[in-house]
Design a protein around this ligand. Structure first.
Ligand code: NDP
Length: 441
C-alpha cells in the first residue's frame, strides 16, 4: 500500500477519496472506475434470491477507517455504519495506536461449536463416559457427512460433553449437551456444522439411549477467541490541559468502571461493537451472531462486564486488550454474490478468515480507545458536534448544497436540535434567495 496517497484523506472530496484509494493501490483501476460510475450495487435479480419477499435494497453508507497497522501490516478497513462519528473516531484511534507500534493479535484456534441436546438421559455421568469413549467414531461419522471440508484440510476435531444441572426456575431437568468442535477453514460454518450435527445424531442417540432435542451450531464461539493488544506511550494521549499520564490513568479508571458496572459496560461494549459490527457487516458476515456471542462472552463471569481491559505496564505505557469470540467467514452465505462485499474484500487485501477476525477485534479496540479518550477529556459531544450538525441539517431537509452553510451556523448555536436546524435552514434559504440575481421580464 502506498499510504502517502491517503494523507489528509478526510479532507478530500468524494472523487479525490476514490482516486486516492486507487493511487494508494488499495483498489484496482477497474474497481476505481466502477466506483466512480456508481456501478457497484446489488442487482434486484440477485437480491431476490438472497431473501424471501424481496422489495428493494436498504442503503447504509460504506466508508473506510485509515491508519490501522495490525501485526506490522497497514490496512484500510471498510465500515458500514449509519452513525456519524464512528469512522472518524476509528481512524483517530488507528493513528494514535499506529504511532505506538500498532495492534498485535493472537488467535490460538478457530473451531466452530455444534451442539446436540438431550433431555431425559437416565444417567448423565454414565452417558457422558460412553460418549467420551466413542469420540473417534463420532468425529469420523461427522467428517463422513461433510467430506469436502475434510478434503480441504478442515473437519471435526473434538468432542466435549457438558452436564447442565436441573433448574427449578425454568422447570428444566438435568440436561446432557454434547459439543462437536469443527475446523470450518474459511467458512463461518453454520451449514457445515449443522450438516455434521444431523449426520451424527442417530449414532449418538443409539450410544446413550436417549433422543436428541436438536442438533445445531452455537454462535457462542468460545473455541475461536481472538485477542488484540495495543501498547501506547502517554505522549500520544495528551490533550490540551490534560497530560498524557493523566489521560492514561483516566482511561484505566474508565475500564475499571465498565468492568464492575453493567450500566456502563453496556455502553462501553456498544462502542466496541460500533467498529466490530461495521466491519462484520462490510465483510458480508452475520452481525447478529457476532453480537450475541460477544455479549455472552461479556457475561462469562456471571455478570455483564467490559469486553476490553486497560492497564498500565512497568514502562508507564497504556496497554489495551480486547478478546472476542469470532468465527467470521470469507466465503459462503451471500459473501460471494454481493458485489459491495467483494469490493470490501479488495479494500482489505483479501484476508483469510482468521485475519479478518484479527482486523475486527483490532478495530473494536481502536474504537474503544477513541471513545474513552474523548469521554475522560473533553467529553463525547464536542467531537460529535459537527457530524451531528450534518445529520440534523439533512434531517430537516437541507439539500447537499445547503448542508455546509446550515452546519456552520448550527455549530454556533448553544443547543443543537431540530428547531434550531429548521430556523437556520430558513435563514440560509432566505439569504441565498436574496443573493440570487433578479430578472425582470
Ligand atoms: P456455506 O455453506 O454457504 O459455504 C461453505 C462452503 O464453501 C463449504 O461447505 C465448502 O463447500 C465451500 N468452500 C470452498 N472453499 C472453502 C474453504 N477454503 N473453507 C471452507 N469452505 C469452503 O457457508 P457456511 O457453512 O459458512 O454457512 C453460512 C451460512 O449459514 C450463512 O448464510 C448464515 O447466515 C447461515 N446460517 C447461520 C446460522 C447461525 O448463525 N446460527 C444457522 C443456519 C444458517 P464445498 O467443500 O462443498 O465446496
Amino acid at each position: 500500500m502506498k499510504k502517502e496517497f491517503l494523507q489528509q484523506f478526510y479532507k478530500k472530496s468524494h472523487a479525490e477519496k476514490l482516486h486516492a484509494l486507487y493511487e494508494a493501490e488499495v483498489i484496482s483501476q477497474k474497481t476505481y472506475e466502477y466506483l466512480e460510475s456508481r456501478s457497484i450495487h446489488l442487482e434486484p435479480s440477485v437480491a431476490d434470491h438472497m431473501i424471501e419477499n424481496y422489495l428493494t435494497n436498504f442503503e447504509i453508507p460504506l466508508g473506510v477507517a485509515l491508519n490501522y497497522v495490525i501485526n506490522g501490516q497497514e490496512y484500510v478497513l471498510p465500515m458500514v455504519t449509519e452513525e456519524p462519528s464512528v469512522i472518524a473516531a476509528a481512524s483517530h484511534a488507528g493513528k494514535i495506536i499506529s504511532q505506538s507500534g500498532g495492534f498485535h493479535t493472537t488467535f490460538p484456534k478457530r473451531l466452530v461449536v455444534g451442539q446436540l441436546a438431550f433431555f431425559d438421559v437416565k444417567d448423565s455421568a454414565a452417558a457422558s463416559q460412553v460418549l467420551m469413549q466413542h469420540t473417534e467414531e463420532i468425529i469420523q461419522l461427522a467428517n463422513a457427512s461433510h467430506p469436502s471440508i475434510v478434503s480441504r484440510g478442515g473437519g471435526a476435531r473434538e468432542v466435549k460433553v457438558r452436564i447442565l444441572p436441573a433448574d427449578k426456575t425454568f422447570a428444566t431437568p438435568e440436561l446432557l449437551v454434547m459439543h462437536l468442535h469443527v475446523d470450518t477453514l474459511e467458512a463461518m460454518g453454520a451449514n457445515i456444522v449443522n450438516t455434521m450435527m444431523e449426520g451424527i445424531k442417530i449414532y449418538v442417540q443409539q450410544l446413550i439411549g436417549a433422543e436428541a432435542l436438536m442438533g445445531i451450531l452455537s454462535n457462542y464461539a468460545t473455541e475461536a477467541l481472538v485477542t488484540a493488544t495495543c501498547t501506547i506511550s502517554p505522549e500520544y494521549l495528551a490533550r490540551g490541559q490534560y497530560s498524557g499520564e493523566w489521560v492514561r490513568d483516566a482511561i484505566v479508571k474508565a475500564g475499571q468502571f465498565a468492568a464492575v458496572d453493567p450500566y456502563r459496560a453496556v455502553t462501553h461494549n456498544k462502542g466496541i461493537m460500533n467498529g466490530v459490527t461495521a466491519l462484520v457487516l462490510a465483510s458480508g458476515n452475520d452481525t447478529r451472531a457476532v453480537e450475541a456471542g460477544a455479549h455472552a462472552y461479556a457475561s462469562r463471569s456471571g455478570q455483564y462486564r467490559a469486553l476490553s481491559v486497560w492497564t498500565t505496564n512497568d514502562a508507564g505505557q497504556l496497554v489495551g486488550q480486547l478478546t472476542l469470540p469470532l468465527t467470521l467467514g470469507t466465503l459462503g452465505g451471500t459473501i460471494n454474490s454481493h458485489p459491495t462485499v467483494q469490493l470490501c474484500y479488495e479494500i482489505l487485501g483479501h484476508p483469510t478468515a482468521k485475519q479478518l477476525a484479527e482486523l475486527a477485534v483490532s478495530l473494536g479496540l481502536g474504537q474503544n480507545l477513541s471513545a474513552l479518550l474523548a469521554l475522560v477529556t473533553e467529553g463525547i459531544q464536542k467531537g460529535h458536534m459537527s457530524l451531528q450538525a450534518n445529520s440534523l441539517a439533512l434531517s430537516v431537509g437541507a439539500s447537499p448544497e445547503e448542508v455546509p452553510a446550515v452546519v456552520s451556523l448550527l455549530k454556533k448555536e448553544a443547543h443543537l436540535d431540530t428547531e434550531a436546524a429548521k430556523r437556520i435552514l430558513n435563514i440560509v434559504r432566505q439569504t441565498s434567495q436574496a443573493q440570487r440575481p433578479h430578472h425582470t421580464l
